[in-house]
Design a protein around this ligand. Structure first.
Ligand SMILES: Cc1cc2nc3c(=O)[nH]c(=O)nc-3n(C[C@H](O)[C@H](O)[C@H](O)COP(=O)(O)O)c2cc1C
Length: 200
């Protein structure tokens, strides 16, 4: 039974890869869920047009972020919204990867507030922040917006530009806006399901 499911998923995975995530998805069986379609369609968007993102969409992205699960529900994560010309300019001192977006979500975590695994002392703050960031990207995609996870920034430059971030470890920046760039070739390049997942 399990093997059959893996085979079926593997077939779907192959079709998705061949089609570079186009609408062939809807011809696969079993019918992909709305979430699977969204996951296939979301891509790292590295160019945005000038139209502003409506306030309701900003709020809906923040709500999706707020609802993200965290270890032991510690919620050691904070999200900042950068969209003033001044804030965007300051972000630009820490990274060249804002891609002209007029809206950037900044996700930070506080390890001191996070769950720590007793067996080996591993701190859960970054994992919690990563889930929050994923919710941001997926809600943006569901709203028809583009986004990209930006991990390449200079933390020291960010801290000096924004003293209010002093107590936080910034995990990622998320430029968000109306998509004006196609996916890179990376988007259609994933390990096969056979390589990616296996039975224990
Ligand atoms: C942890 C992480 C850090 C990333 N950092 C950057 C970055 O600094 N700049 C960038 O342009 N893309 C960044 N990306 C986007 C990845 O390059 C992209 O997700 C990957 O190549 C797959 O492409 P896709 O998102 O279009 O499917 C990052 C993604 C992740 C998950």
């Amino acid at each position: 039974m399990k093997t059959k499911l893996i085979d079926k998923l593997s077939d779907i995975s192959r079709i998705h890869r061949r089609a570079a995530f186009t609408d062939v998805l809807k011809h696969t069986a079993p019918k992909p869920s709305a979430f699977l379609n969204l996951a296939a369609e979301r891509y790292s968007c590295r160019g945005f047009d000038a139209r502003p993102v409506p306030e309701e969409m900003v709020e809906s992205i923040l709500e999706a972020a707020r609802l993200a699960p965290t270890a032991v529900n510690r919620q050691p994560v904070h999200v900042w919204v950068a969209r003033s010309a001044e804030a965007l300019e300051k972000l630009g001192t820490a990274t060249p990867y804002i891609y002209g977006a007029g809206l950037v979500f900044v996700v930070g975590c506080k390890p001191a507030d996070a769950w720590v695994r007793k067996y080996d002392g591993k701190n859960g703050a970054e994992v919690d922040a990563a889930i929050v960031g994923t919710h941001i990207m997926m809600e943006a995609a569901d709203l028809g917006l583009g986004s990209v996870w930006v991990g390449s920034f200079d933390p020291a430059a960010l801290a000096s530009a924004f003293p209010e971030l002093a107590d936080w470890d910034v995990v990622a920046l998320f430029p968000v806006g109306w998509p004006a760039a196609e996916p890179s070739s990376n988007h259609a390049s994933r390990k096969s399901l056979e390589e990616f997942a296996s039975e224990l």
